[in-house]
Design a protein around this ligand. Structure first.
Ligand SMILES: Nc1ncnc2c1ncn2[C@@H]1O[C@H](COP(=O)(O)OP(=O)(O)OP(=O)(O)O)[C@@H](O)[C@H]1O
Ligand SMILES: [Mg+2]
Length: 301
């Protein structure tokens, strides 16, 4: 039987006696857009570095594209994966051309093949600037798109993107996600981290990490259903100093702009509660978002 393209079993990663990743198991199917979410320090980058063959696990087993990451297999793993790291993507002082050239040399890609793949990737992102543009003169969004191309230059089956849209404009984030979806449509597996929950809605499945542990893994739709059942209530104030329900009556009460997202605790009659607070609030039922799930499971959990 074929193994999934990524198969992680009971992964531990320790730095000294600190567990950055503890007993994490999951697998990713070929062609999936897999979101890896969690607060700062949750262990996302550490897991990715193991999966890219850059960091040795302390315990557990990791398979990528049927290759187990054991001593000596690092180079095989590196040839199967593309990696856009969180901190470093391109050399700012070099031109686009030189960045590609350097990556091709590191990967030992024959020149003719490299030029062909590079040009195909540049067409894919719709790049229309000069190749001798210095990277530091590029807008942030374009820089990330070029970095994506560089990470794809050796045509890996799977690409790891560690916060590829951090700090870029909303329009550039949209463009970048269109590229991600196109890559998945052509059969590439995309493993992506982000702190933007609206982006994570695009993933087939998302994993939620908290303090090195995997706390949930499912499609965005199932996570919302499991976390909130029937749904959430939005409380929009109708009066100046509205009085919120007592906190003991609520399972969740999060401010969102000028409203609150509220869920009463089980056992309270929701309709009776809605009636009771309708003098102070305009109350509507809303579909929970992944942001609501994240707040409940990761930040409040
Ligand atoms: N080389 C290292 N030595 C010691 N501790 C480390 C090392 N790398 C990471 N850590 C610690 O491991 C934990 C997980 O870090 P990691 O970078 O994987 O988190 P992350 O989920 O990627 O966070 P962020 O969203 O901020 O990028 C953090 O507490 C971090 O300080
Ligand atoms: Mg990180």
């Amino acid at each position: 039987m074929m193994r999934p393209i990524v198969d992680v079993r009971h992964l531990d990663v320790c730095f000294g006696d600190f567990y950055a990743v503890r007993d994490v198991s999951f697998s990713v199917a070929s062609g999936e857009i897999f979101g890896f979410l969690g607060a700062n320090g949750a262990g996302k980058t550490t897991t990715i570095r193991v999966l890219c063959g850059l960091l040795r696990a302390t315990g557990g087993r990791v398979f990528v594209n049927n290759t187990e990451f054991v001593a000596g297999a690092e180079n095989i793993i590196k040839s199967h994966v593309g990696y856009m790291s969180q901190k470093f993507t391109l050399y700012n002082e070099l031109s686009i051309y030189e960045n590609f050239d350097f990556a091709a040399a590191l990967r030992n890609i024959p020149r003719e093949k490299y030029i062909k793949t590079r040009d195909k990737l540049l067409r894919f992102i719709g790049f229309d600037m000069k190749l001798n543009t210095i990277v530091k003169d590029l807008p942030g969004g374009i820089k990330q798109e070029i970095a994506l191309c560089v990470a794809l230059l050796h045509e890996p089956k799977i690409i790891f993107l560690d916060e590829p849209t951090a700090g870029v404009s909303p329009m550039a984030r949209d463009r970048f996600w269109r590229l991600i979806r196109q890559l998945a449509d052509t059969g590439k597996t995309v493993f992506v981290t982000t702190h933007y929950m609206d982006e994570a809605e695009n993933c087939g499945r998302v994993a939620l990490m908290r303090s090195g542990q995997l706390i949930a893994l499912d499609s965005p739709q199932n996570l919302k259903k499991q976390t909130f059942g029937a749904g959430l209530l939005s409380f929009a104030p109708r009066v100046k100093n509205p009085i919120l329900p007592p906190s003991d009556d609520m399972e969740m009460c999060e401010p969102f702009g000028v409203h609150w997202h509220i869920r009463f605790r089980d056992g309270l009659n929701e309709n009776a509660q809605i009636k009771k607070y309708s003098r102070d609030f305009n109350i509507t039922r809303i579909a929970p978002s992944l942001e609501d799930v994240f707040i409940k499971l990761v930040e409040r959990g």
